[in-house]
Structures are given as C-alpha cells and as structure tokens.
Write a protein that binds this ligand. Structure first.
Ligand SMILES: NC(=O)c1ccc[n+]([C@@H]2O[C@H](COP(=O)([O-])OP(=O)(O)OC[C@H]3O[C@@H](n4cnc5c(N)ncnc54)[C@H](O)[C@@H]3O)[C@@H](O)[C@H]2O)c1
Length: 324
C-alpha cells in the first residue's frame, strides 16, 4: 500500500465520532493500519455507522481505563487523541464528567504513551473555543486563552498537559486546535453539539435555520476533509512538535451567512430570532483566527470553500443516511 502513512499503525481515540471516523477513512486512504478506541458515549457525535465499510480495528473501551488504553497502544506509532465529551453547554451541567473525560482521560492517554509506547507520536486535538472572547482582534497561536465554558477550559488544560508531556518526558507531541468543523458523518440531531451540524440537519429536513440576531459574529469554518488533512500533517511534520498549530481557514463567515449558505446548498430557510434565556452566557462574539504561522508549519492551508463543502456534505447525507 502506498501513501503518506504506508504501513504506519495509527490509534484514533473517539474513532466512532465525527472527526475521528473521517480521520480513520483518510488514514486508511494513506496506507495506514487503523485502530479505534471508543466507549460509545451518548450525547456526543458517536455513531457506530461512522466506521461502516472501513477496515478499522474497533476497540470498545474508556480512555480513563489505563489497561484499555495500554492495550490499544500496543504496536502503534501514531496516536490521534480525538475522544471527548463535546457538548459545550452541557459541560456547565455535568462539570465533573466533563473534567473526568476531557482532562483526566487525556492524562491517562499521555501517561500510557509515556509508560508503554514512548516512541509513538501523539497528536492532541484541541479547539479554538479555548480562546474565549477575542474581540475585534485576529487571534494567532499565542493569543491568551480565556474560555467561557468548562468544555473549553478542560480542553485547554489537557492541551497544556500534552505539551508538558512532550517537554518533560521527551515525547513527540503536537497540539492542534480546530475551529468549527462540518461535513459527512457529523451529528445533525443535537442542538447542544455543533451549531453547524444542527443547521445542516434542519436544512436536510427543509426546516427553518434559526439564528440568534443579528448573527453577524464571524466564525472560522472548515470542512472535515481539511481538518483531517491538518491533523495528518501535524502527525507527520516535525515542525509541529511541541507547538500549538491552528488548522483555520483563510476565510471567515458570519453565522447568518453560514446559515444562508446551508439553506442555499442543502435546504431549509435561514431566519433571525431572539436569544433564548441563558444562551448568551457562552457566546464569544467574533472568532477571527490568524493562522499564518500554522500554515507554514503544516506546509499547507485549508482550501475547501463553504459552498463546495456544503454541497458535498448535503450530497453525502442524502446518499448515506435516512432523512435526518
Ligand atoms: N467538531 C468540531 O467542530 C470540533 C472543533 C474543535 C475541536 N474538536 C475536537 O475534536 C475532537 C473530536 O470531536 P468530534 O466532533 O469528532 O466529537 P464527537 O462527539 O463526534 O466524537 C467524540 C467521540 O469520543 C467518544 N468518547 C467520549 N468519551 C469517551 C471516553 N471516555 N472513552 C472513549 N471514547 C470516548 C465518543 O463516544 C465519540 O464517539 C474532540 O476532542 C473535540 O474537542 C471538534
């Protein structure tokens, strides 16, 4: 098998979720031998159909169980840590579960790599929501992190821990932050997960995509194929070791324009509505990213346009899923 990962053995935690499963497909296409460790957590983007048709070794286990993690690490030379409990709002209602999975669980991964497989390369998947409110600025890789909900705070903690493991224990660690990701295999039924997934689901059903007015806050939005290309490059390129690399798109879109694009390329109709009580507390305003340093480290930058990516996403859901 040829490809950039020919013969490499890859472990993806959270491999049955949205990004993990797309990453699994991309790693297979690059010639890797792929294993997933996933516990099948409700309230996340977990969907066992995500790995259907892919030659992936599926392990069922919890990242907080060091025995399960150590077994999953056997013979592996590249680890992508994607597993997480991913609902931002819910992290305020179940703070200890969130801490336990997103921070402690990550530490179990790092500690297990150190103990049983210290030559493996580890890619930690973080989120640009770790930054919190950025204001009018464009945030680069060094921008201060002031998360406004516990999911992002715990992701930030785990990212710091990953980099500390790299430095203190000599592990090959790359920390990657992703912005808003959309595409095939994403969860489209749960408004508590990504707003893009929720809107895409509404669009597929021909319903109203309700945006809290005025919806002008800018977001960095990437197609999952760009996200996984960034992750694979981070896994391969020494330039990303010990660094925070942000896989952001050169273009930004207002939330209302993203909703209109979903309506145009997938279905439904965008409509402005008032904010529901309590939701504004975790709103961060504009989220502009300056990823120039990261693009140099990656030797590449995301390039899939919103229009093209949404059209491909709509076509994929219509072909592979029942009416959502
Ligand atoms: N989707 C996005 O827009 C986005 C943006 C930035 C960062 N991220 C990060 O990327 C990673 C993947 O996100 P996603 O959207 O694919 O999430 P997802 O919710 O689709 O998938 C997460 C997966 O992790 C698994 N999981 C949860 N807890 C586990 C545990 N204790 N042990 C084993 N498996 C467990 C779930 O079962 C699920 O399959 C996460 O770390 C997330 O923080 C995602």
């Amino acid at each position: 098998m040829s490809g950039r990962l020919a013969g490499r053995r890859v472990l993806i935690t959270g491999g049955e979720g949205f990004i993990g499963s797309n990453l699994a497909a991309a790693c297979l296409a690059e010639g890797a031998i792929v294993r997933s460790l996933d516990v099948g957590l409700a309230g996340t983007g977990y969907d066992p159909r995500n790995l259907d048709g892919l030659d992936v070794e599926r392990l069922t286990g919890d990242i907080r169980d060091s025995k399960a993690v150590e077994a999953a690490l056997d013979g592996v030379d590249l680890v992508f840590h994607c597993a997480a409990t991913t609902a931002h709002g819910r992290s305020l209602k179940a703070p200890l579960e969130n801490l336990s999975i997103n921070a402690e669980g990550a530490l179990v991964i790092f500690e297990s790599v150190r103990a049983v497989n210290p030559t493996a390369t580890l890619v930690y998947v973080g989120t640009t929501t770790q930054l919190g409110p950025i204001g009018e600025a464009s945030a680069d890789e060094d921008h201060a992190q002031q998360p406004v909900e516990l999911y992002s705070a715990h992701k930030m903690l785990a990212e710091r821990a990953a980099l500390i493991y790299g430095k203190s224990h000599g592990l090959a660690v790359s920390a990657v932050r992703l912005p808003n990701v959309y595409g095939p295999r994403m969860a489209v039924h749960d408004p508590g997960l990504s707003f893009l997934g929720w809107f895409i689901g509404l669009g597929l059903r021909g319903e109203r995509l309700t945006v809290f007015r005025p919806g002008t806050q800018l977001r960095n939005i990437i197609h999952v194929d760009d996200a996984v290309e960034g992750l694979i490059r981070a896994g391969l390129r020494d330039e990303t070791r010990g660094q925070v690399t942000v896989v952001g798109h050169p273009a930004h879109a207002a939330v209302i324009d993203a909703a209109r694009a979903i309506a145009a390329h997938i279905g439904g109709e965008a409509a402005l509505v008032d904010w529901p009580a309590g939701r504004k507390a975790i709103e961060v305003g504009h989220a502009r990213l300056d990823c120039r340093r990261s693009w140099v480290r990656l030797g590449w930058k995301p390039g899939i346009t919103l229009a093209d990516g949404l059209a491909r996403t709509g076509a994929w859901f219509r072909r592979h899923r029942e009416a959502p």
